[in-house]
Design a protein around this ligand. Sequence first.
Ligand code: ATP
Ligand code: MG
Length: 210
Amino acid sequence: MHLSGYVSGNGARRQRIGVMGGTFDPIHHGHLVAASEVQHAFSLDEVIFIPTGVQPFKTKKRSTSREHRYLMAVIATASNPRFTVSRLEIDRQGITYTADTLEILAKTHPNADLFFITGSDALASILDWKDADSLFSLAHFVGVTRPGHVLDATGLPEEHVSLVEVPAMAISSTDCRARIAEGKPAWYLVPDGVVQYIGKHGLYLGVDVE
Ligand code: ATP
Ligand code: MG
């Protein structure tokens, strides 16, 4: 896939759409900086945040309700005109696979090139994902740096993967949940509106934060 502006058959510029998948339990500034940096680096028209339904690798873990995770993503992205949030995965039943999601997006956005954004921890496991081979024909993969994880595309097809260094944000949702359960502040780790939403609904107060 070529990475700079090319033109479709009718002369219209093809759309460039970033896809940021995640549990977003809760969404935090690490997710937002990654999406913003890749949006800029790849001149993306839009970045779609897609909160997961049931994730293949997280089935045994407790996860905050889909609606809470979706709404926190909406709150966190509302002020950025290039960011949107999709209900595609949370409205589906059963386990959600990235390959299925990308296939749906490719069908619903036939004039767009898709760029799947992923942190270095998730990039390392892509070859274990369902339909790993087809993933690379559906989207260009953009791996971003994440503190504590080595960014390495070894074994992945070079022409379909780019690596981008983003400002280091040593934040994880797991840590945010643990902090809130311990009564520590989450201010400045997640957007203000998300801190307020978490407080309003009493999220993450339980001890089962993993
Ligand atoms: P959890 O601790 O619950 O796994 P998380 O912080 O890893 O949460 P996810 O929703 O699992 O967040 O991640 C969604 C995507 O965002 C993944 O591709 C992940 O690698 C990436 N990501 C998460 N946090 C960061 C960060 N601080 N910097 C860069 N990328 C990140
Ligand atoms: Mg994670």
